[in-house]
Design a protein around this ligand. Structure first.
Ligand SMILES: Cc1cc2nc3c(=O)[nH]c(=O)nc-3n(C[C@H](O)[C@H](O)[C@H](O)COP(=O)(O)OP(=O)(O)OC[C@H]3O[C@@H](n4cnc5c(N)ncnc54)[C@H](O)[C@@H]3O)c2cc1C
Length: 336
């Protein structure tokens, strides 16, 4: 898939969503890319139900509510989202950038805005030799197409929400075994109760253990060895789904030739531009003297970044600064 836009934004966290609004005020269109399967960055992934108290004029708003409000604010500017994919590589084509994602989506734009937070959320791999040989054929860290698992032998490993939710969900279509070190779980009490009920009714199996090694032919897994209290066991499986949580990695951006400082992107504080002209960095991913990793800092950075993007996208036009209270153009877009 190939697309053309004014600005491509890496990340779909709170700062990116506000950037869509600020860029939209200046008639700049955006495409956004996120590795996660949902919009909202840390707010949605790490603390959807926690209240935040330092968003100006909101005395209290949960992570999820904040993302909902930011989406409403961005909506009139018609952002296009490309989820479940990582921004992988960039190439300069004339004045523009051509960005390619891990799903081979190609987006051409005049400016790139990196709002990648602490990096991509990526799954933690179990520490087993050769696991990468089976990844994406027999080992999956997320479920995108349930039908693949129909009538198969599935081993799910972990004790958090993802492990228990998928155990409960896949129990009706597959032969599911859940493995965890102990019978105490970090998942929500409702999911734990449901899983224990399924086990009692022999709809799933539960085993104590820790993964040890994988065996199979080529990329196809056929058995998993695991250990419990110094004893070794083996289980026949078609698919392994380890849910060991997510970690954050700067990933491919580190190889784009941009000046970094301790895995953060150095920017100026006038335009929040990086060492590479027309590539900007806003939000938690950037660093400058006095930087505070707060959502409100990212909002301010978005407003200044947008001014410079306008200059790149419309070099012959003068940007007339207008308050939103008196911008007739904006009122038309918002339908007010
Ligand atoms: C528990 C907790 C409580 C917090 N409380 C507050 C608070 O009260 N007030 C406050 O102001 N801040 C708070 N924060 C911090 C706040 O959440 C961050 O400052 C904010 O999320 C930064 O937003 P962002 O858009 O820059 O990045 P993020 O929210 O981190 O979003 C970045 C997104 O970019 C994606 N991404 C990264 N690299 C790539 C790539 N190569 N390709 C595709 N996608 C990529 C990631 O998957 C992620 O979704 C809190 C943080 C935590 C963890």
């Amino acid at each position: 898939m190939s697309h053309k836009t004014d600005v491509v934004v890496i990340g779909a966290g709170p700062v990116s969503l506000f950037a869509v609004f600020e860029l939209g005020l200046l008639n700049l269109k955006c495409h956004l890319i996120d590795n996660l399967d949902k919009i909202g960055g840390q707010c949605a992934e790490l603390y959807p139900e926690k209240p935040v108290y330092d968003i100006p004029s909101r005395t209290r708003i949960t992570g999820e509510e904040l993302i909902g409000e930011l989406m409403l604010q961005a909506k009139p500017f018609e952002p296009v989202f490309h989820l479940n994919q990582q921004a992988d590589s960039i190439e300069k084509v004339g004045d523009e950038w051509k960005l390619t994602t891990s799903s081979n989506t190609v987006i051409q734009a005049r400016c790139i805005v990196i709002a990648a937070g602490a990096g991509s959320f990526v799954p933690r791999r179990p520490p087993i030799k050769n696991i990468e040989l089976f990844e994406n054929t027999s080992v999956f860290y997320s479920v995108r197409d349930k039908s693949k698992f129909k009538d198969k032998k599935i081993l799910i490993v972990g004790g958090g929400d993802s492990a228990l939710d998928w155990t409960n969900d896949l129990a009706s279509i597959a032969d599911v075994t859940l493995m965890h070190r102990r019978k105490e779980f970090r998942a929500s009490p409702d999911s734990v109760t449901k899983m224990l009920e399924l086990e009692k009714n022999n709809k799933i199996k539960f085993v104590y253990g820790q993964l040890d090694s994988l065996s199979g032919n080529e990329k196809i897994l056929n058995a998993v060895k695991y250990k419990h209290e110094d004893e070794e066991f083996s289980i026949e499986v078609d698919y392994l789904l380890p849910f060991f949580g997510l970690k954050m990695e700067l990933g491919p951006i580190a190889n784009w030739g941009i000046n970094l400082h301790e895995n953060l992107i150095k920017v100026d504080t006038e335009k929040f531009e990086t060492s590479v002209p027309s590539i900007f960095a806003i939000g938690d991913i950037n660093t400058y003297p006095g930087k505070l990793k707060l959502i409100l800092s990212g909002f301010h950075e978005s407003a200044l970044m947008a001014q410079k993007c306008f200059a790149y996208c419309y070099p012959d036009k003068k940007n007339v600064f207008r308050y939103t209270t008196s911008s007739k153009d904006l009122h038309k877009k918002l339908g007010v």
